[in-house]
Design a protein around this ligand. Structure first.
Ligand SMILES: *Cc1c(COP(=O)(O)O)cnc(C)c1O
Length: 337
């Protein structure tokens, strides 16, 4: 098998990195304070295997029980555990095409069948009749399209679906609504969140999911004993307690998103309505692949995905206003060539 290929992590001066949806803003100032307070002697001990202190804070934030929360080493760990927990050898994994390209690879690792559902030309969905899978990964807002599926549509789907629906809300803090209540209302729904995007903390590796206790218990049975290190547990706790910083930096990103949407529209790009910290765009001539290459030559990294549904588009992370202005300048340069 071929493994997952993460976005490039180029090193060097003057590079504008808009290819992995990192947040350009600084995380909570509480993080710096807590790093200074951490007792180094405690690093000799194993961390709490159940991650109780963070789960208490998450329970309060979402008004659910601690027993309805699973904490993971990034949400990617949770996605992998969902396949191991909920898919038998003869089962199948479902997801939309295009969506997060990690899902089929996680299925391949476990040697189980995949049943992707192709989105239509507007990147919207129509479920095939009698569709079944053990687990369905529903990315909402979707990536790489940035579009939000309405809660009513998602609810109608989870009601009729016989397996576990994992709603991947990696970008939901940039969106107008969340499906988190479905995880409380239905016993076949897990909602997955991450600190990597909206909290500007991709480096600490922390994600969590919310759902019915039997699903959460199953994940706890099969996880690594000490899946989240002690430093991350501390940092995640103070970051979630300081939700104000997250709200402020996501608002800033949304402001810049509006700005870049308008600029790119004016330059003849089709910009899909984004509810995330990236924009999914269809460039004019010379086309997506050429723009990807030409921008890279100019030290701007964006993401281009080969494949019938994605090859005409680019995914561009919303950076700072300054980075977006440089992007616009370089695009103008390429258009004039
Ligand atoms: C970034 C991303 C993740 C991974 O989040 P981590 O918590 O950093 O592992 C999961 N799902 C989607 C759709 C993402 O874009």
């Amino acid at each position: 098998m071929s493994g997952y290929v993460p976005g490039e992590q180029p090193k060097g001066e003057g590079i504008i990195k808009l290819n992995t949806n990192e947040n350009p803003w600084l995380c909570s100032p509480e993080i710096r304070d807590i790093l200074n307070e951490i007792n180094v002697a405690n690093l000799a001990k194993y961390p709490d295997p159940l991650c109780m202190e963070v789960r208490k804070v998450i329970a309060e934030k979402h008004e659910v029980g601690v027993g309805n929360i699973f904490a993971g080493n990034g949400s990617d760990e949770i996605l992998a555990l969902c396949i191991r927990a909920f898919v038998e050898r003869t089962g199948a994994v479902g997801y939309f095409d295009p969506s997060y390209s990690l899902y089929p690879i996680l299925a391949q690792i476990e040697d189980v069948e995949v049943r992707p559902v192709a989105l239509d030309e507007n990147f919207e969905w129509q479920m095939p009749e009698n569709y079944e899978a053990s687990v369905f990964f529903l990315t909402n807002p979707n990536a790489p399209t940035g579009m939000l599926f309405p809660k009513e549509t998602v609810e109608a789907f989870v009601k009729s679906f016989p397996g576990v629906v994992v709603i991947d809300e990696a970008y939901v803090d940039f969106a107008r609504e969340s499906c988190i209540e479905l995880a409380v209302k239905y016993d076949n729904v897990l909602v997955v969140r991450t600190l990597s995007k909206s909290y500007a903390l991709a480096g600490i590796r922390f994600g969590y999911c919310i759902g019915a206790k039997p699903l959460i218990d199953a994940l706890y049975k099969i996880k690594d004993s000490y899946n989240i290190n002690m430093l991350t547990q501390e940092l995640a706790r103070v970051a979630i307690l300081d939700d104000g910083t997250m709200t402020a930096i996501t608002s800033a990103v949304k402001g810049t998103r509006e700005l870049i949407t308008k600029e790119l529209n004016d330059l003849g790009f089709k910009v899909y309505p984004s509810e995330t910290n990236f924009v999914w765009v269809k460039p004019p001539k010379p086309g997506a692949k050429k723009f990807f290459e030409e921008l890279k030559k100019r030290n701007i990294f964006v993401r281009w995905f080969d494949g019938p549904r994605t090859k005409d588009c680019l995914r561009i992370t919303v950076g700072t206003n300054e980075q977006m202005m440089t992007l616009v300048e370089k695009i103008e340069e390429i258009l004039e060539k």
